[in-house]
Design a protein around this ligand. Structure first.
Ligand SMILES: *Cc1c(COP(=O)(O)O)cnc(C)c1O
Length: 222
């Protein structure tokens, strides 16, 4: 299957209210061009340097999402153009994104990354830490950041019931936070969950945004 065919088939199968982020990390610019020509406009990358290099070579109407661990000192490199940073996992990072967005006279959308998986290695706030962050009211100090929702990853396992429970936990948290802290605004509306191997399940559990790499571009060569 070609990239074009993968995108076409995937889009046909998705509910209209689910957004597809094409995760293009480690794939060459030619692959992204093929996806672009197939109509894809939202791309996800996980390394700042790679993203900056690709952004320069590709059309300006692409919506770039950052989805990997982000060091504070790299924020300034992507701040001029990044659409959404999905992987906010600390107050410090939020602070830096606000600062760099202000310097560029922009408002950058962010998702708070929530850790629900069993693996130690996965980044993110615990659900409790996230609640505390919002409860503290600190977001009011960050006018150049728009908190647009949550992002999460399920455990990498064959255990479908476990994956389902983790997605459900994310969905429940998302709904709670929306009611508690974002009642007045429609900004908080994205629940980014689901990757190549588990996105159908994520959609059943309430995902609004899936992040698919391998299912579009094939295996990555690291
Ligand atoms: C790499 C990556 C993906 C895409 O994974 P695939 O299994 O290739 O679909 C999605 N989300 C995040 C955060 C990633 O780092």
């Amino acid at each position: 299957m070609s990239i074009t065919q993968n995108i076409t088939r995937l889009k046909e199968s998705l509910p209209a209210d689910v957004t597809l982020v094409a995760v293009s990390k480690f794939h060459p610019v030619e692959a992204l061009k093929e996806a672009y020509d197939a109509g894809q406009r939202i791309f996800g990358e996980s390394r700042a340097q790679e993203l900056v290099a690709k952004q320069k070579q590709l059309p300006g109407d692409i919506e770039w999402h950052f989805i990997g661990p982000l060091q504070s000192n790299k924020v300034k490199d992507i701040a001029p153009f990044i659409h959404t940073i999905q992987s906010i996992d600390s107050l410090k990072l939020l602070h830096e994104v606000n600062k760099q967005a202000a310097r560029c006279k922009r408002v950058i959308r962010v998702l708070l990354e929530i850790h629900v998986a069993e693996e130690e290695s996965k980044h993110g706030f615990s659900p409790e830490e996230c609640r505390q962050l919002l409860q503290s009211g600190v977001l009011a100090e960050f006018p150049n950041v728009c908190v647009s929702g949550l992002m999460g990853m399920a455990t990498n396992t064959e255990d479908i019931a476990l994956i389902g429970r983790e997605f459900h936990l994310l969905y429940t948290l998302f709904c709670d936070l929306k009611v508690l802290y974002f009642k007045e605004s429609n900004d908080f509306r994205e629940l980014s969950m689901g990757m190549s191997h588990d996105y159908p399940l994520a959609i059943r559990e309430g995902s609004t945004m899936i992040r698919v790499g391998t299912g579009i571009f094939g295996e990555r060569e690291y």
